[in-house]
Design a protein around this ligand. Structure first.
Ligand SMILES: *[C@@H]1O[C@H](CO)[C@@H](O)[C@H](O)[C@H]1NC(C)=O
Ligand SMILES: *[C@@H]1O[C@H](CO)[C@@H](O)[C@H](O)[C@H]1NC(C)=O
Ligand SMILES: *[C@@H]1O[C@H](CO)[C@@H](O)[C@H](O)[C@H]1NC(C)=O
Length: 204
């Protein structure tokens, strides 16, 4: 019986042909995510840094991974912080978040991106910068009294109309952003689920 189970397990691991990486701290690292070249699929590179699992943008800025849903091919990373009394995302000097064009990951359509401290010319783009935009609630409730409060802000829903590989910040555009996953219009800011949801192409 044990032998049979052994054979079946061997068969399964042979068919899938790949091993998952060891845990990073207490976090499971499911296949195809890869923390080193001996496990996972190296195209799906993530980093285990002092027991914290991280994802790197094309510019090599690191974002902590908050959750992983391997059966839905999704993971959620933490949006960059906005240092106190400024309105610059911590990834500002990298231009925000960007994935390489050939990355198997993309920014999923479940994200609501909020941009802050935007310049007027951004109003011409297809963003929602109205006084009822979600970003107003963030400025009034979360960032009240801090750097982004009162700045021109906008939000957009990630959909196919926008690139799924980039969230851009720059001087003369918008200088800070945050992102909420599965935001419903009635949700109060306390229940917002901050994160950037990434989806990956299943390996063949
Ligand atoms: C907002 O952005 C402008 C440049 O577009 C910058 O000069 C200003 O310092 C920013 N505001 C804050 C509070 O960081
Ligand atoms: C902007 O977003 C708010 C909140 O979802 C919505 O109520 C409003 O209709 C939107 N405005 C435009 C111009 O799309
Ligand atoms: C992201 O990738 C997934 C899997 O390849 C695909 O189904 C989805 O349409 C892509 N989403 C966007 C916004 O490009």
């Amino acid at each position: 019986m044990m032998l049979m189970i052994f054979f079946i397990l061997t068969l399964i691991s042979h068919v899938s042909g790949h091993d998952a990486c060891p845990k990073c701290g207490s976090i499971e690292v499911p296949y195809p995510l890869s923390t080193n070249e001996n496990c996972g699929d190296p195209r799906y590179k993530v980093f285990c840094n002092n027991d914290i699992l991280q994802f790197h943008s094309a510019e090599d800025f690191s974002y902590n991974i908050i959750s992983i849903n391997p059966s839905a091919y999704k993971l959620v990373i933490s949006p960059p912080s906005i240092p106190k009394n400024t309105c610059y995302s911590s990834d500002f000097s990298f231009g925000g978040f960007r994935l390489n064009d050939d990355s198997p990951f993309n920014i999923s359509t479940h994200n609501t991106v909020m941009l802050f401290n935007c310049s007027d010319n951004i109003l011409l783009s297809p963003l929602n910068c109205s006084s009822t935009s979600f970003c107003r609630q963030f400025e009034e409730k979360v960032q009240a009294g801090s750097g982004c409060a009162g700045t021109l802000c906008c939000h957009f829903l990630k959909d196919s109309a926008m690139t799924s590989h980039r969230i851009r910040v720059r001087d003369g555009g918008c200088t800070a952003y945050t992102c909420v996953v599965d935001l419903n219009p009635g949700d109060t800011t306390d229940s917002w689920n901050y994160g950037i949801e990434l989806q990956w192409l299943p390996p063949n």
